[in-house]
Ligand binder design. Structure first.
Ligand code: HEC
Ligand code: HEC
Ligand code: HEC
Ligand code: HEC
Ligand code: HEC
Length: 190
């Protein structure tokens, strides 16, 4: 009886080792499991891919669309961030602090909205560009932090906006179909 139990135990251990080795040949999951048993199975590939993907342009990413391992989610990158020109905005010698605060920072490369509009939208005038834009990257086009009406209703009370009869029938029309998010001829930013 004892012999039988030992035999059975050895058999199951061998069988599971075989299963793990087999599994490891086809997947990186298996590698992780394998490395618990044997040290030295390289795991760095995924990390390297993640770092490299920062440099891969959106164009390239689209082309690789069918390679599921690389593409998790379409991302939009701010060109100076994608080019890793962090020094354009950060002082690398001084703990990464910004070399200039927005909006001045942004106007070193983008045209000053003061020269384009008679009236500026409140947060634009106050330089809160990063209330709406992510300075590095975003899942949304134009580096936006929120989509559609959400972007505006983050600050503007929904009930106030829809109280105004001009908004009665807009349903979920994007606010920027009528309003310019940065400025306009008069205070209504139309
Ligand atoms: C176009 C200008 C710009 C570039 C280029 C840029 N950053 Fe930033 N970064 C900012 C701004 C603006 C903030 C502050 C964000 C805020 O106020 O919400 C920031 C914030 C940060 C922070 C603070 C944490 C966070 O994410 O809010 C880190 C860390 C950072 N940046 C790292 C980097 C690195 C690394 C690079 C280069 C790969 C880089 N940045 C390139 C503008 C830039
Ligand atoms: C070092 C130069 C530089 C600085 C500083 C900079 N940008 Fe840009 N930004 C660019 C370039 C280059 C582009 C791509 C060409 C264009 O649209 O003008 C761009 C594009 C953009 C776009 C459009 C992205 C798209 O998908 O079309 C937004 C939004 C933007 N920047 C916001 C900002 C904000 C907000 C700041 C300040 C926090 C800022 N930028 C600071 C260089 C810069
Ligand atoms: C209230 C939200 C909001 C604020 C605040 C804001 N933006 Fe924008 N910005 C937008 C939206 C929305 C768009 C996209 C407009 C579109 O798609 O027509 C945009 C587009 C842009 C673009 C791309 C221009 C283009 O026509 O492609 C740049 C550059 C930009 N913003 C810079 C800035 C800078 C610099 C500031 C701060 C001075 C700022 N934004 C503040 C909402 C905002
Ligand atoms: C970061 C906060 C913030 C966001 C986001 C924001 N706004 Fe504003 N908005 C303000 C402030 C502050 C004012 C100026 C104070 C006021 O008049 O209510 C203002 C004023 C306005 C005005 C003029 C109101 C008046 O009576 O003069 C309009 C129109 C407007 N915003 C539309 C928009 C639209 C459209 C969006 C989305 C693209 C948006 N806002 C997103 C903060 C914001
Ligand atoms: C169909 C075009 C249209 C759309 C879409 C639209 N607006 Fe307006 N909005 C207007 C007009 C026109 C005015 C000027 C009203 C007046 O003359 O009293 C206005 C005025 C405003 C004002 C200032 C007056 C007030 O009611 O406080 C704010 C704030 C505003 N809009 C925010 C928004 C926001 C936020 C959205 C998206 C949820 C939006 N609008 C969508 C046309 C539009």
């Amino acid at each position: 009886m004892r012999k039988f139990i030992y035999g059975y135990l050895i058999y199951t251990v061998l069988l599971s080792v075989l299963l793990i080795i087999n599994f490891s040949c086809s997947s990186s999951e298996g590698k992780k499991i394998l490395s618990i048993f044997f040290d030295g199975v390289p795991q760095g590939e995924n990390e390297k891919l993640a770092a490299d993907s920062l440099l891969v342009s959106n164009e390239n990413k689209k082309k690789q669309g069918n390679n599921k391992k690389r593409v998790v989610q379409q991302m939009f990158f701010h060109p100076p961030y994608q080019a890793r020109e962090c020094y354009n905005c950060h002082n690398l010698q001084a703990g990464n602090e910004l070399i200039e605060q927005p909006p001045k920072l942004c106007y070193t490369c983008h045209e000053d909205f003061n020269n384009q509009f008679a009236v500026l939208h409140g947060p634009v005038a106050s330089g809160y560009c990063t209330q709406c834009h992510n300075p590095h990257s975003s899942k949304l086009p134009k580096l936006l932090k929120r989509k559609g009406q959400e972007l505006c209703l983050y600050c503007h009370e929904k009930s106030d906006v829809f109280k105004n009869e001009v908004h009665e029938d807009i349903d979920d029309t994007n606010c920027i179909e009528c309003h310019n998010p940065h400025g306009g001829e008069d205070r209504f930013l139309l």
